[in-house]
Structure formats: structure tokens, C-alpha cells
Ligand binder design. Structure first.
Ligand code: HEC
Length: 159
């Protein structure tokens, strides 16, 4: 037994180095992956996958909030200008979202989605965003202008 070791030692040693090298590489590459996970913001749940099929509901408290801006001609005009600048890309001029960008991101058809919802619920959605629908503050649109947009949206669905 003892005699065998010296003759096999160099081979054994180089084998061990190679094996160790591979294991170390494996270890570090796995470590790298784990490092990627650690960059997720602490305390925040992972963003939901694009799930437009899931019904988007505003909280009960938000549904009760009343639009502080009456639907005057000037409010509607303001809302329309903002809608045409920021929302048509995905929702189309008529709100039906039958436009290439809108179809690509599964934008909601506002003609069918909005009539059953209160102004408060819609305002909450504009402030919150979901999936490709960014919160309006991301476009620099104020909370207040959100109400004007809603007054304009109501004119699209009036029959
Ligand atoms: C980049 C494309 C995009 C833009 C720009 C965009 N939206 Fe959306 N919008 C979406 C998508 C996608 C949804 C569906 C989100 C979901 O259900 O996850 C949505 C949903 C909505 C809803 C909710 C409909 C429902 O199901 O209750 C409203 C209201 C809305 N958008 C209004 C607007 C307004 C107003 C603007 C402009 C300030 C705007 N959107 C800009 C993509 C967009």
C-alpha cells in the first residue's frame, strides 16, 4: 500500500487540483447567481408577472373617493390634452386600445373597462399603475390632472 502512494501521488495531486478548480468555479458561479437575487429591494414582494388576465381591483376605500373636479368643459379639455399626449399610444384615440403598442402590452379597453368603475377607483389605478400601465406620476402628471383625465374618459363612453 505504502509503495503505491509515491508513484500515484503526482497524478493524484493534479487530479485533486483540477477537481478543486472545478468545484471552486462552480461555487463562485453559483455564488454569482445568488448575488443577483440579493439585489431585489428588501421588504418588497417580487413584482407580479404580467398577468392582465387577473382582475385589477381598486381597494374599497379608493372606490369611495369622490372626484373633486366637476365635469366642466375646461376640466374635460384639460384631460383630453393630457390623454392625447400620454395615453393614446397604448389606449388609442377612442380608448379601445386597438393600436399596435396597446395590443403588444395588452392595454385595457377603456370603453369596456371603465363604465362599471367609480371615478375614485379609476383615479387610484392611475396613481398606482400595474404591469405596462405606469403610474401617472412617472409621466410627470399630477394627481389633480388624473381627475381631469377621468372626466375626459367619461366622455368617451357616453352613448
Ligand atoms: C405603455 C402603454 C400604456 C400607456 C402609455 C397607458 N396605459 Fe393605461 N393601461 C395599460 C395596460 C397594459 C393596462 C392594463 C394593466 C393591467 O391590468 O395590468 C392599462 C390599464 C389602464 C386602466 C385600467 C383599466 C381597468 O382594467 O380598470 C386605465 C383607467 C388606464 N389604463 C388609463 C390610462 C391613462 C389615462 C393613460 C395616460 C395617462 C394610460 N392609461 C397610459 C397600458 C398603458
Amino acid at each position: 500500500m505504502k509503495l503505491l502512494i509515491p508513484t500515484h501521488l503526482p497524478t493524484l495531486r493534479s487530479f485533486l487540483y483540477t477537481a478543486c478548480g472545478s468545484i471552486c468555479l462552480l461555487f463562485f458561479s453559483c455564488g454569482g447567481d445568488q448575488g443577483g437575487d440579493e439585489t431585489l429591494p428588501a421588504g418588497e414582494p417580487p413584482a407580479p408577472k404580467s398577468d392582465t388576465a387577473q382582475v385589477w381591483m381598486a381597494p374599497e376605500s379608493a372606490q369611495q373617493v369622490v372626484n373633486p373636479h366637476p365635469s366642466t368643459a375646461s376640466s374635460i379639455e384639460k384631460g383630453k390634452a393630457i390623454y392625447l399626449q400620454y395615453c393614446v399610444t397604448c389606449h388609442g384615440a377612442d380608448g379601445a386600445a386597438h393600436v399596435p403598442a396597446g395590443m403588444a402590452v395588452k392595454a385595457a379597453n377603456l370603453l369596456t373597462a371603465t363604465p362599471t368603475q367609480s371615478d375614485g377607483a379609476l383615479h387610484w389605478k392611475l396613481l398606482t399603475g400595474r404591469n405596462a400601465m405606469l403610474k401617472i406620476s412617472a409621466y410627470g402628471i399630477s394627481d389633480e390632472d388624473g381627475w381631469h383625465i377621468i372626466n375626459y374618459l367619461r366622455t368617451l363612453t357616453k352613448s
